[in-house]
Design a protein around this ligand. Structure first.
Ligand code: 1GP
Length: 247
């Protein structure tokens, strides 16, 4: 099994360097704007492009990824809301188990149904413990997953969930306050989780500025993901990247 990205993530944690990922929702992407977006990501030294969303109304995931690939060599990692969001044109797949929830479909059910397809996709599979944290307002991911987020101030629950995920064999923990969250995950929770696991920690949801990204890095996030804020203001990509790569 190929583990190129798993190794790269682990290396960030080992060396205390930080990675920057931009998240694009396929429904928000316009094909004719991808070249510009890819140029911006290239110029800003973005480390990873994540693509996915809780739901997908559009039918152009393959086309979006192929267009990015024409203009950029930044790795594209799928962040799928469902097995229908898998594309062989990407580089890797976050194989998400929603370990903060108790919905069996998102812990194992959807995985069983899609296993042969995923295995033959040629993608690097990244076993991921996915944890939704309350970000102060209901988010699409929380509604769609039929699961309650971990309360924002219950860092012990987050720590135990992440530890359990690691012991189950997940290679990365992705803590998410949900796209467009009012409040990002607290520094205290990120710090507590990061200290208690040896696998890399991805944090996202509601991060809107370089200064917020910096504090999340200092707290222990290894990769920072930003989606909404850069969709609204693409010039932020450069600013966030400089801030995150100072570590
Ligand atoms: C959501 O973590 C991502 O799954 C990013 O969230 O869109 O709020 O940046 P934002």
């Amino acid at each position: 099994m190929v583990t190129k990205y798993i190794k790269a993530f682990s290396n960030l944690k080992k060396t205390n360097k930080k990675g920057f990922a931009v998240l694009f929702d396929p429904d928000e992407l316009e094909i004719n704007k991808i070249e510009n977006l890819a140029d911006l990501c290239n110029e800003s030294s973005v480390d990873y492009i994540f693509i996915g969303g809780s739901i997908m109304l559009s039918n152009h995931l393959d086309e979006c990824i192929q267009k990015f690939k024409q203009h950029s060599s930044i790795p594209i990692i799928l962040f799928p809301g469902s097995p229908s969001q898998i594309s062989k044109y990407a580089d890797a797949l976050f194989y998400l188990s929603l370990i903060s929830g108790r919905n069996p479909e998102l812990l194992i059910g959807a995985h069983v149904v899609s296993a042969p397809f995923v295995k033959n996709s040629g993608l690097e599979i990244i076993p991921t413990g996915y944890m939704i944290i309350d970000g102060g307002s209901p988010t699409t991911v929380s509604y769609m997953s039929h699961s309650s987020p971990i309360p924002h101030d219950k860092k012990d629950i987050a720590v135990c969930t992440a530890m359990a995920g690691e012991m189950q064999g997940k290679k990365v923990i992705y803590m998410d306050a949900g796209s467009g969250a009012k409040n990002p995950i607290s520094n205290e929770m990120i710090e507590a989780v990061s200290k208690n696991i040896d696998i890399p920690l991805i944090a996202g949801g509601g991060i809107k500025s370089a200064s917020e990204a910096i504090v999340k890095c200092k707290a222990g996030a290894d990769i920072i993901v930003v989606g909404n804020a850069i969709e609204n203001e693409t010039s932020l990509i450069k600013e966030l990247s400089v801030a995150i790569h100072q570590f």
